[in-house]
Design a protein around this ligand. Structure first.
Ligand code: ADP
Ligand SMILES: O=C(O)[C@@H](O)C(=O)COP(=O)(O)O
Length: 424
C-alpha cells in the first residue's frame, strides 16, 4: 500500500469528520484508532487517518504520539501529512496544536507550514486571521464555554504564536483570491522574514482548493476538514489519485441501538432536548459520577428495561453554569475524566448485553468509549450530517458493528434520530 495522503487527527470525532470528507472527495480512506498494530488488515486505500486522543493531554505526550503516527504514515509512502485539528481551534496556551505542529514540521524539514481550521460546510471561516463560528467570532461563540478548552481569542495568529516556538504570519484573503502563485510568493516572503507557520484565510470551498494545491508542494499541513477537502481535490485534480465513489454498503446490523452524550455544547444540549420528544432519555447525575456513586449500574439497569422497546439516549451533559460549578468543586480534569470513564463503562456494559449500534456525542467522550471497546479501525459509510458519517468497524474482536461519533457542535436538531435512521 502506498498512501497518497497521511492524516493524524487529535481526536476521534475529528478523525471521522475528516475520513468522511476525504471519502466524499473520492479518496478511499480508513480511520484507525491509534497507530495500527502490524496484525491489522488494512484494505488498499489512498488515505489513512490515524485517530489520536491528543487534544487535551500533556503537550509532550501529544508530540510523542503524533511523531510516532507520522513515522508510520511516512513509512507507507505518505509524502504529505495533514495534522487534523478542530475547526474551532480547540487548544490552550500550553498546546497542543503549536507543539505538535513544531515537531512535525521539524521532522518533515519544511521551512513553513500552512494552517487553517476553515470548514465552510459547518460555518467555520477565517478572515484576517480571525476565526468565525457561523456569524460570531470564536471568542463570542459557544466555544467560550467549552469544558476543557474555552476559547477566548478569535485571532489565530496570536493564539498559535502563544503555544508555538514558530513565528506565525498571515496569508490574507486578498492574496488567496489572487491564486496559487500569489500564495506561494507570500509564503516565500514570510519564510524569508523568519516565519515558520502561516494562518491562511478561507471563507469558501474554492479557496480551500487553491490552498490544497499549494499545501501539496509541502510535506505537512495543519487544518480541519476544509484543508482535507483542498488536499483531496488537489490529489484528484493532479491525477495522483483516481477518484473512487463512496461505498454504498449498508448491510443491516439490527438489534438494539443506543446513544450516549457527554458533550455539553449548545448544539448537543438542543439535540438531547429534541430526542426527549421521541425516545426515553436518562439524564445521569454528574455529581454522583464524580463521587463514584453507582451511576454506571443505574444506567445499565435503566437501559435493560428500555432497550427492547426502541432507541434510548443516556446523557451526562449539562449547561455551562452547571459545568462550571461542578468543575469548581472537583477540578476540571478530574470531572472530565470521571464522566468520560463512566460513559466508557456504560458502553462496555451495553456491548456486553449485545448492542452493536451506538451513537456517541462528544470528542473526548467518543475517545473514551472507542478505547474502552477496543475497536481498531473504521470504514466510512453514509453521511448523517456535515462532518458525521456512519462508521463500520473493521477488525473488531466482537465482529460487525456500526457507530457514529459526533463532534459536540455538529448535526441538526434531530441528530440522534437522523443517525439511527442511517444505522439499520
Ligand atoms: N455535566 C458535566 N459537567 C462537567 N463536565 C462534563 C459534563 N458532562 C460531560 N462533561 C465532560 O465535558 C467534556 C466534553 O468534551 P467532549 O466529549 O470532547 O465534547 P465536545 O465534542 O463538545 O468537545 C468531557 O470531558 C466530558 O466528560
Ligand atoms: O473540526 C471539527 O470541528 C471536528 O472534526 C472536531 O474536531 C470536533 O471536535 P469535538 O467537538 O471535540 O468533537
Amino acid at each position: 500500500m502506498t498512501l497518497a495522503l497521511g492524516c493524524i487527527a487529535d481526536d476521534y470525532t475529528g478523525a471521522s469528520d475528516l475520513a468522511n470528507m476525504l471519502t466524499r472527495c473520492g479518496l478511499r480512506t480508513v480511520q484507525t484508532i491509534g497507530v495500527p498494530a502490524d496484525s491489522l488488515q488494512i484494505p488498499d486505500v489512498d488515505a489513512v487517518v490515524i485517530s489520536l486522543k491528543s487534544r487535551s493531554i500533556e503537550a509532550s505526550q501529544a508530540v510523542a504520539r503524533s511523531r510516532e503516527a507520522d513515522k508510520w504514515l511516512r513509512a507507507r509512502g505518505a509524502s504529505h501529512v495533514l495534522f487534523k485539528i478542530c475547526s474551532t481551534f480547540d487548544s490552550t496556551d500550553a498546546g497542543n496544536i503549536g507543539p505538535v505542529m513544531d515537531a512535525l514540521r521539524a521532522d518533515a524539514g519544511d521551512a513553513i507550514v500552512l494552517v487553517t481550521p476553515a470548514f465552510p460546510g459547518t460555518g467555520r471561516t477565517v478572515y484576517q486571521g480571525n476565526l468565525f463560528v457561523g456569524n460570531l467570532p470564536l471568542n463570542e461563540s459557544p466555544l467560550k464555554d467549552h469544558p476543557l478548552n474555552p476559547m477566548h481569542d478569535a485571532n489565530l495568529v496570536r493564539v498559535l504564536a502563544r503555544q508555538s516556538q514558530s513565528r506565525v504570519g498571515l496569508v490574507d484573503l486578498a492574496t488567496v483570491a489572487k491564486g496559487a502563485d500569489a500564495i506561494r510568493a507570500r509564503l516565500a516572503e514570510l519564510a524569508k522574514h523568519g516565519a515558520n507557520a502561516a494562518i491562511i484565510d478561507s471563507v469558501f470551498d474554492p479557496e480551500l482548493e487553491t490552498i490544497g494545491e499549494v499545501a501539496l508542494d509541502h510535506r505537512l499541513s495543519v487544518g480541519a476538514s476544509g484543508m482535507g477537502l483542498g488536499l483531496a481535490r488537489g490529489l484528484v485534480a493532479s491525477g495522483r489519485v483516481t477518484a473512487a465513489t463512496a461505498s454504498s454498503d449498508r448491510k443491516a446490523i439490527g438489534g438494539p441501538v443506543a446513544c450516549l452524550a457527554g458533550s455539553c455544547s449548545q448544539a448537543t444540549l438542543a439535540q438531547i432536548a429534541q430526542a426527549e420528544k421521541s425516545m426515553p432519555v436518562l439524564r445521569l447525575d454528574p455529581e454522583k459520577i464524580v463521587k463514584g456513586e453507582g451511576e454506571t449500574e443505574r444506567a445499565l439497569g435503566w437501559a435493560r428495561d428500555h432497550l427492547g422497546k426502541g432507541p434510548v439516549l443516556i446523557a451526562s451533559s449539562s449547561t455551562p453554569d452547571q459545568v462550571s460549578a461542578l468543575q469548581a468543586k472537583h477540578g476540571r480534569d478530574a470531572t472530565g475524566h470521571a464522566i468520560e470513564q463512566t460513559m466508557a463503562a456504560i458502553s462496555e456494559g451495553l456491548v456486553a448485553a449485545g448492542l452493536r449500534r451506538l451513537v456517541v456525542a462528544g470528542g473526548e467522550t467518543s475517545g473514551a468509549v472507542v478505547d474502552r471497546l477496543g475497536i481498531p479501525a473504521f470504514l466510512v459509510g453514509p453521511e448523517i450530517a456535515a462532518g458525521v458519517p456512519v462508521l463500520r468497524c473493521v477488525g473488531w474482536s466482537k465482529g460487525d458493528a456500526v457507530l457514529a461519533l459526533k463532534s459536540g457542535n455538529f448535526g441538526g436538531p434531530d441528530f440522534f434520530n437522523d443517525a439511527i435512521r442511517l444505522m439499520p
